[in-house]
Design a protein around this ligand. Structure first.
Ligand code: M6R
Length: 613
């Protein structure tokens, strides 16, 4: 949700900033801009829309781009003010000497804006960010020190922020400061970077410094000083980047989403190798730092958003059966309003791919205040959410670039699966026979996932037949409902086709009124006790002329003439089926969206890390 970059060094600054922003595009694409400090003046270049527009603008301005060694850049996901050039960052002070880029939201911006206007500052945008520029500028005029001005000004701001700030009269430095929004410093060879996230600087730096909340970094070409807002110096470790530069390459795939879908069998393989050493051995925690008092836990709440919330629903189904404990799931954005009964007997689990989702962080914070034990699942162990607990399960899916979550979801399901088993072992709620049977089917999963993905050409052909429908219904029962929910979300977020998921038994209570020949129904059939009722629900849909597609286990004997199209997947046990059935639904959403010419990796209105509530 907005991406920042800063650079100071001997490379061509504009193109260095642009290439960093390119790898932050998943954070927003409503507008982009850069500012260069060339000793005599600050030059700002901004363009509405995608980064490509800024790139085109810069090509016409080459004469102005040459002499600077220092600059900052921004990619925007609009919150306050429309996606216009005026609202695009960087924002300038009235004297044109101070410039900044911002990620986050300044909650008290209206009151500050009124105050600053009364003092004579003129605003040129509708953004909350511009208040910060004028505030720092006001403080600069008092202290004539950028560092002092930033320290005084940010103390007056409420909300979340990461800033990169430059001043024309201090052309040797960029100041970076953060509170509740991510920011890292990249250490190079006689050059340094600031960025919202690793992809912007991967392959360019030898190490990184993670800035903590209320810390400020004075970044020069050959040095980085970190201080607290009190002015006290902080010695920060320089950490190695753990990700391979491949994360920012599509490796020949047309889109990151397709690359990430195809990474899933290997992610599962690595996860299982780490945690399920063999069917007759206990689950291993491997590198996870988890110390929970299982004997104290009387109830479990899982809080998350979007796709991560669907993973929570999966765990609810499995764990209530395995652990015999009540599991509540809650959209993080709603959890905070509930008079919930979380207390010291609760385990609250926060799931977040990015670890930066503001709704989830706020809910986790609230659960912590209520005395609950906390456990966090995240794909980014360097993210903000990990500040709230030592108990962290890393998803190890590698950086997910496409805005639509795919591989991180599968990694979440696998993690919830093995952790549920680990817990069942700790409290002996499953017999050895049950544990071994479950582990056996889990270990078969990577190969089965590979097999499912090998039929992508069939799914592409199906997508071609379905892409011109405007509405879809997804339906399932039991644990497979999570799969229907996720399949429908995937389709709508990248293709913009309306797709709603229902518990199949609920259809007859209202939504069945929607069904006709223009409303395809996607049924996720599964096996076991839900299957016969699902087949009845399919017959009901067919009787209303809805085109009927089903994802089903190839082991089941099905009335084949009922379906217009059947996606068969290898027979798999309860619990494993929804992990596999999700894969063709990801592919279907992908090929429909691509067939419609959508911007698959960067769907409109969305951003990868949603850092506002
Ligand atoms: O990073 P998080 O897992 O906390 O993100 C939660 C949602 O914003 C995210 O899953 C979103 O729904 C994705 N666009 C799904 O593809």
């Amino acid at each position: 949700m907005c991406g920042l970059i800063g650079y100071i060094g001997n490379n061509a600054v504009a193109s260095t900033l642009l290439s960093g922003l390119k790898n932050l595009e998943y954070r927003g694409y409503d507008s982009a801009g850069i500012a260069l400090n060339d000793n005599n003046m600050i030059d700002v270049f901004k363009a509405k829309g995608k980064l490509e527009n800024l790139k085109n603008l810069l090509e016409t301005q080459s004469a102005k781009l040459g002499s600077s060694h220092i600059g900052i850049g921004h990619i925007r996901w609009a919150t306050h003010g429309k996606a216009t050039t005026e609202n695009a960052h960087p924002h300038l002070s009235n004297d044109g000497k101070l410039v900044l880029v911002h990620n986050g939201i300044i909650e008290n911006y209206q009151e500050l804006r009124r105050q600053l206007q009364a003092e004579g500052f003129v605003f040129h945008s509708e953004t909350d960010t511009e208040t910060a520029v004028h505030l720092i500028d006001r403080e600069y005029k008092k202290s004539h020190s950028l560092e002092q001005a930033v320290i005084s000004a940010v103390k007056l701001l409420r909300g979340a922020f990461a800033f990169c700030i430059m001043h024309q009269d201090e052309p040797d430095k960029i100041i970076a400061v953060r509170k509740n929004a991510p920011l890292i410093i990249g250490i190079g060879n006689n050059e340094n970077y600031i960025a919202s996230d690793i992809p912007a600087i991967i392959g360019k730096v030898s190490g990184i410094i993670h800035l903590a909340d209320n810390e400020l970094a004075i970044v020069r070409q050959d040095s980085v000083e970190v201080k607290k807002l009190s002015g006290e110096p902080v010695i920060k470790p320089i950490e190695k980047i753990e990700f391979s530069p491949d994360v920012i390459s599509k490796l020949g795939y047309k889109h990151f989403m397709l690359k990430e879908i195809n990474e899933q069998p290997n992610i599962l393989r690595q996860c299982l190798a780490a945690h399920i050493p063999a069917v007759d051995q206990p689950v291993s925690l491997d590198e996870c730092t988890i110390s929970l008092d299982f004997t104290k836990i009387k109830n479990i709440s899982i809080i998350a958003c979007g796709t991560s919330l669907h993973a929570a629903a999966f765990a609810q189904n499995l764990w209530e059966e395995w652990l015999h404990l009540p599991v509540h799931i809650e959209a993080a954005s709603e959890y905070i309003y509930k008079h919930n009964l979380t207390d010291e007997n609760s385990l609250v689990i926060g799931i977040s791919q990015s670890g930066e989702t503001a709704d989830t962080i706020t809910a986790v914070k609230q659960a912590q205040e209520k005395g609950a034990q906390l456990l966090l699942l995240t794909n980014r162990t360097d993210s903000s959410i990990t500040r709230y607990s030592e108990n962290v399960i890393p998803l190890n899916a590698g950086i997910e670039v496409s805005v639509a979550a795919t591989k991180s979801y599968t990694a979440q399901l696998a993690a919830l699966y093995w952790f549920g088993l680990y817990w069942a072992e700790q409290i002996s709620s499953l017999s050895q026979g049950q544990l071994q049977a479950i582990k056996q089917s889990l270990l078969e999963l990577p190969a089965l996932a590979e097999e499912v993905l090998s039929h992508s050409a069939d799914i592409k052909a199906l997508a071609d037949k379905l892409k011109n429908y405007h509405n879809f219904v997804y339906m399932a029962r039991g644990i497979n409902l999570t799969c229907a929910l996720e399949g429908a979300l995937k389709l709508k977020e990248i293709s913009y086709i309306n797709a709603n998921a229902y518990a199949a038994g609920e259809l007859k209570h209202g939504p069945i009124a929607l069904l006709d020949e223009n409303m395809p129904v996607m049924a996720i059939l599964g096996s076991g006790i839900t299957l016969s009722k699902m087949i009845s629900n399919c017959a009901e849909a067919k009787a209303r002329n809805a085109p009927l597609i089903a994802v089903a286990s190839e082991k089941e004997d099905l009335p084949l003439d009922l379906f217009d199209y059947l996606i068969k997947i290898p027979g798999a046990s309860h619990g494993i089926f929804p992990i596999l059935a999700n894969l063709p639904l990801q592919l279907l959403a992908y090929y429909i969206a691509d067939g419609l010419g959508r911007e698959v990796d960067q769907p409109r209105n969305l951003a990868k890390s949603v850092t506002v509530e």
